[in-house]
Design a protein around this ligand. Structure first.
Ligand SMILES: Nc1nc2c(ncn2[C@@H]2O[C@H](COP(=O)(O)OP(=O)(O)OP(=O)(O)O)[C@@H](O)[C@H]2O)c(=O)[nH]1
Ligand SMILES: [Mg+2]
Length: 323
C-alpha cells in the first residue's frame, strides 16, 4: 500500500520549507514522490523541490481542489506507474482546501497517513478570517505551528488558542452522520518546518470514512476570497540591489511574492520568498527560464501596476494595464 501525506496551509506559511527540510532527513531510504500544486499558472516550488528530490510532479495551472481533480488524479496515477513510490507527499496550493484532495487520494487507493496543516504563527492573525484558511485547519488532523522563531511563548499560546477555536468550528464532518472525519487532532510546533519525526509516523491514523459526505459543499474559494496573482518578468541586466529595492517596497495588499531571478552580481539563480513582510533568498543550482516574480494578494492589480511603473526593469507584457 502506498502511503501519503497531504501538506496544506495558507500562502507562504512554510509548506515547501517543511518538505525540503524533513523528507530527505526522515525518509532517506524510502522511494518518495512529491506532487506540488501552486496557486496560479506559474510554479516556483517545483523548481525548488526538483533541486532536492528526483521525482517531483508539478501541477500549476489552477487549483487541484477546484478545477483540477482529474489532472491531479491522472498525475498521481502516472507517478505511481512510472516510479512506484512508497510515499507520496502532496503540497497543496496555499489557496486549496485539503479535503477534496484527501478524497482523491482515497479514490486512487493511496493511504492518507495524515493531513498536515502548516500555520504561520507570526501571521495567522492577518489571514485567519479567510474562509479557505479556516477550512484548511478544519480539514487536517495534524496542525503544525511553524515560524516559532518569530513569536514569543505568549504569542504562540494565543495562536494555539485561535487554531483550537477554528478547529472547533470548522472541523470537517460527515454530512450523513454528523460525526467529525478526524476523531482527534494534534498540534505540533516547528521552526523552518522541522517537525519531529513522529509527525510522519502514522501515529494519528485517519478514521476510515464510511459514506463520506457526498454533498460536501465546496466553495470556489479562489473567486470567493478574491486572492489573485500577477506575474512580472524581469529584465536581464539587473543587480541584487534592484530586487532588494522592490521587496522593501511591497504594498500591503500583496502578501506573498515568489520568484526566481538571475542577477549580475550573484553566480547562481536566486529563489525569492516574501511572505507578509519577511524576505528570504536561496540559491538554486539550475534555472533555465526567464527571471520572474509572482505577486499574490487581495485586489492587487493597481498596486502591481504601480510597482511596474516605478521599477522599469519589472515587466508585465502579457497583461493589459488597468486604467
Ligand atoms: N523565520 C522563519 N521563516 C520561515 C519558516 N518557515 C518558512 N519560512 C520562510 O517563509 C517563506 C515561505 O516559505 P515556503 O516554504 O515557500 O511557504 P509555502 O507554504 O510553501 O508557500 P506557498 O507554496 O507559496 O503557499 C520562505 O521565505 C521561508 O524561508 C520559519 O520557521 N521561520
Ligand atoms: Mg510552497
Amino acid at each position: 500500500m502506498i502511503q501519503s501525506f497531504i501538506i496544506t496551509g495558507f500562502l507562504g506559511v512554510g509548506k515547501t520549507t517543511m518538505l525540503t527540510n524533513t523528507v530527505k532527513k526522515y525518509f532517506p531510504d524510502r522511494k518518495v514522490a512529491i506532487v506540488v500544486n501552486e496557486f496560479g499558472d506559474i510554479g516556483i516550488d517545483g523548481d525548488v523541490l526538483s533541486n532536492v528530490y528526483s521525482e517531483v510532479l508539478e501541477i500549476s495551472e489552477g487549483c487541484i481542489c477546484c478545477q483540477l481533480s482529474e489532472e491531479f488524479e491522472s498525475g498521481v496515477m502516472e507517478i505511481i506507474q512510472k516510479y512506484q513510490p512508497e510515499i507520496i507527499f502532496v503540497e497543496t496550493s496555499g489557496a486549496s482546501e485539503p479535503f477534496p484532495i484527501f478524497m482523491s487520494m482515497q479514490n486512487l487507493g493511496v493511504t492518507v497517513e495524515g493531513v498536515i496543516c502548516v500555520v504561520d504563527s507570526k501571521n495567522l492573525d492577518s489571514y485567519k478570517d479567510n474562509s479557505t484558511a479556516k477550512y484548511q485547519i478544519g480539514g487536517s488532523n495534524i496542525i503544525v505551528l511553524n515560524k516559532t522563531d518569530l513569536v514569543s511563548d505568549e504569542e504562540l499560546e494565543a495562536v494555539k488558542k485561535d487554531v483550537e477555536d477554528i478547529k472547533a468550528e470548522f472541523n470537517i464532518k460527515n454530512n450523513l452522520t454528523g460525526e467529525t472525519v478526524f476523531s482527534s487532532y494534534v498540534i505540533n510546533t516547528s521552526e523552518q518546518g522541522l517537525v519531529k519525526k513522529e509527525v510522519f509516523e502514522g501515529l494519528y491514523p485517519i478514521e476510515k470514512i464510511v459514506g463520506m459526505a457526498k454533498d460536501y459543499q465546496h466553495l470556489n474559494h479562489t473567486t470567493e476570497d478574491s486572492i489573485t496573482q500577477k506575474v512580472a518578468y524581469l529584465k536581464e541586466d539587473i543587480i541584487f540591489n534592484d530586487i532588494d529595492h522592490i521587496l522593501n517596497n511591497i504594498p500591503k495588499s500583496i502578501y506573498r511574492v515568489k520568484g526566481v531571478v538571475k542577477v549580475k552580481d550573484v553566480a547562481n539563480p536566486l529563489v525569492i520568498n516574501y511572505s507578509f513582510g519577511n524576505v528570504s533568498f536561496e540559491e538554486l543550482d539550475e534555472y533555465a527560464q526567464p527571471s520572474i516574480m509572482i505577486f499574490i494578494g487581495e485586489n492587487i492589480d493597481k498596486d502591481v501596476n504601480l510597482l511596474c511603473s516605478q521599477y522599469e526593469y519589472l515587466n508585465m507584457p502579457q497583461f493589459k494595464l488597468t486604467k
